[in-house]
Ligand binder design. Sequence first.
Ligand SMILES: *Cc1c(COP(=O)(O)O)cnc(C)c1O
Length: 365
Amino acid sequence: MKVKFMKLNEQHKSIKPEIDTAIERVLDNSSFILGSEVEDFEKQFASYNKTKHCIGISSGTSALTLSLKALNIKPGDEIITPVNSFIATSVAISSVGAKPVFIDINKDTYNIDHTKIKKKITSKTKAILPVHLYGQSLNMDKITEIAEEKNLHIIEDACQAHGAEYKNKKVGSIGNLGCFSFYPSKNLGAFGDGGAVITNNEELAEKIRMFRNYGEKKKYHHKVIGENLRLSGLQASILKIKLKYLDNWNQSRKNNAALYNRLLENIDIITPRQIQDHVYHLYVIRTKNRQELQNFLTKNGIQTGIHYPIPISLQEAYKHLNHKENDFPVSEQYSKEILSLPMSPELTPEEITYVTNKIKEYNKH
Ligand SMILES: *Cc1c(COP(=O)(O)O)cnc(C)c1O
């Protein structure tokens, strides 16, 4: 049996007639750049997240960068962020000239350890940029408490957590700004790159709208030096369709995670600890023999991943920050032990049973 890490082709087969119709409509109405497709999607995604504004952006990374720019983050500023995330979170901070100040992760949730934030706040700290990693919501009350006390902005990186909730609010809608990626493999994915920022703040929304489109407020009237970082109309037309299925797909991910948890009980493997709502973008286990187990699963036709093998502090790109080994002991230890098992809404109970049986087989010898 072969088990793919995810099954995008099956997801798309299931909605192909709707997608075909949408693509034909865009060819007919030619709303390729901004226009009605992007506007409709922005309205729908804002309404889904219960925010006043949504701005479609060309990628999740650019959504983060423009959010930092809108908050006037400048060279010399410091931004608090977790050391275990996809590199894009830190890259966005660096691209506006600011410095990422890393925080180790919580042992249970693998999200930023909020108890370690205050010690790292200096007079240069301007914002906290936490990540709802793997699809599990952060404890936003704790983050908000620190931000209010220290007068910091919050930008939520919700690129792995579309639809996850914290106390009945969607993640991304709680901080000053929330950023999403629609990279194809995300819980809500386009057919190429895409992203969005959500916010209730009119002024920030307006700035981001200008920044993504050459600084224009009115055609050929440029208020600021902006860039070309727009969500494409074709992607928006596809995202509109997929948004309708997001809650169902997330429910399937949750069911799949519950089955994994049940079948992996009483085995020498650490399964994910769910403390807040979790939409299981990734299902990440831990084991001391990660490399051997991964090789064994690969040999048995099971695709797995590692998210992420090197903490950002030890990436070559961040050499200049002079971090040493053991600066972030939890992340460093976990980066050697984590393994992401196949996860998608389309994953079947038979496939999950096969994967867990193979893990048991491996553990026996
Ligand atoms: C995917 C991702 C991003 C970047 O999104 P892109 O659309 O690929 O630019 C940022 N942060 C996290 C946590 C991500 O998973």
